[in-house]
Design a protein around this ligand. Structure first.
Ligand SMILES: NC(=O)c1ccc[n+]([C@@H]2O[C@H](COP(=O)([O-])OP(=O)(O)OC[C@H]3O[C@@H](n4cnc5c(N)ncnc54)[C@H](OP(=O)(O)O)[C@@H]3O)[C@@H](O)[C@H]2O)c1
Length: 314
């Protein structure tokens, strides 16, 4: 297949490229920078330079090219978002960015379209103990202005991709990424310096190792049912407190210092993410339909391997 990959230089894009090339796909990797283009070429992808938010520039850069599939993994998140405004650029990539990439898909002749979605689209609140499947309401507005802006963009992204005639669209509702990626490495570093605080009480999240997110994406490219969203998460949701303990343990550091959660009151987005939201996702549809299973069933497995590899690389 010929595949246009947006977000090719990012955390997930970089993990995806070798997997796609191993299956002998041809990867057109989008990037805005010369440095990104050089990195993509070194990886074996064909770089295409354009800003997704500029539709004329995007279409001009792709003029005359053909592709079978488009994968949208572009985000503008830098580490853990503390404040609502840290997500605004990503919100735009999920609305206008998706619209522009759908225009590009039409020009390229691509029917298949995979898009990055997000587990917190089920809502930033306490969902109780049960595992949520994809039939649960997604991206519902709650009247909380800060959160509704993100929900609108998640809704827009999925509606466009799953609902455009002539497009075989699939949405991948990834859990929280961890693994060889900047946010996890920063947390491990903090744990080693005894500066990783564990909020107590803490919220619950579903995680996904970055390599498992990439392998699920490849499986969805082949077997994702058009019009369907898939939860892409591991088997064992964790509290943030347990996740931070696992990080410290894997890094050989002492347990993180507990801090009372009310100290996060001034950071409403971070507080919702790390304290008040309890969300556990089922990966049943992905395992049944995509023929995919996470290599790392829990973050304990994934972190142990990550730390061992990082140590042997030094
Ligand atoms: N589910 C999750 O937990 C989740 C989801 C997303 C991100 N994150 C976290 O956030 C951090 C950063 O993640 P990331 O890898 O997505 O970010 P990143 O490393 O900054 O990469 C973002 C990608 O999007 C592309 N991009 C952004 N805006 C673009 C635009 N206007 N036009 C074209 N391409 C554009 C970038 O391309 P160029 O810069 O090369 O142009 C790059 O390839 C990581 O720690 C990651 O784990 C977590």
């Amino acid at each position: 297949m010929r595949i246009l990959l947006a977000g090719a230089t990012g955390t997930l894009g970089s993990a995806l490229i070798p997997m796609l090339l191993a299956e002998e796909h041809h990867v057109l990797g989008l990037t805005r920078s010369a440095a990104g283009a050089a990195r993509l070429a070194a990886l074996g992808a064909q770089p295409v330079r354009a800003d997704i938010m500029n539709v004329e520039e995007l279409l001009a850069a792709l003029d005359g090219r053909r592709a079978d599939a488009v994968i949208h993994q572009a985000t503008a998140i830098t580490g853990v978002p503390f404040l609502h405004r840290h997500l605004y650029a990503t919100d735009a990539l999920r609305e206008r960015g998706t619209a522009h990439l759908l225009r590009a898909a039409a020009e390229l002749g691509a029917r298949r379209f995979l898009t990055q979605s997000f587990f917190l689209g089920y809502g930033y609140h306490d969902h109780g103990e049960q595992l949520l499947d994809e039939d649960r309401p997604f991206a519902v507005l709650t009247g909380q202005r800060g959160f509704d802006r993100h929900m609108r963009s998640l809704r827009s992204n999925e509606d466009q991709v799953l609902g455009t005639p002539g497009i075989d669209g699939v949405a991948l509702r990834y859990g929280m990424f961890y693994g060889p990626e900047p946010a996890t490495l920063r947390l491990i570093n903090l744990a080693r310096r005894r500066r990783l605080p564990a909020p107590r009480p803490s919220g619950t999240v579903s995680l996904i190792h970055i390599h498992d997110a990439a392998s699920a994406t490849v499986a969805a490219l082949h077997r994702g049912r058009p019009g369907q969203p898939y939860n892409i998460v591991d088997d064992q949701p964790v509290t943030f407190e347990a996740y931070f303990h696992a990080l410290a343990q894997a890094a050989g550091a002492p347990p993180p210092r507990q801090v009372p959660s009310h100290l996060l009151a001034a950071l409403p987005y971070l507080r919702a993410l790390m304290v008040t939201t309890h969300i556990r996702l089922s990966n049943r549809r992905a395992t049944d339909e995509l023929g995919w299973t996470p290599r790392y069933a829990s973050c304990h497995d994934g972190l142990a391997v990550l730390v061992a590899r990082t140590a042997s690389a030094h």
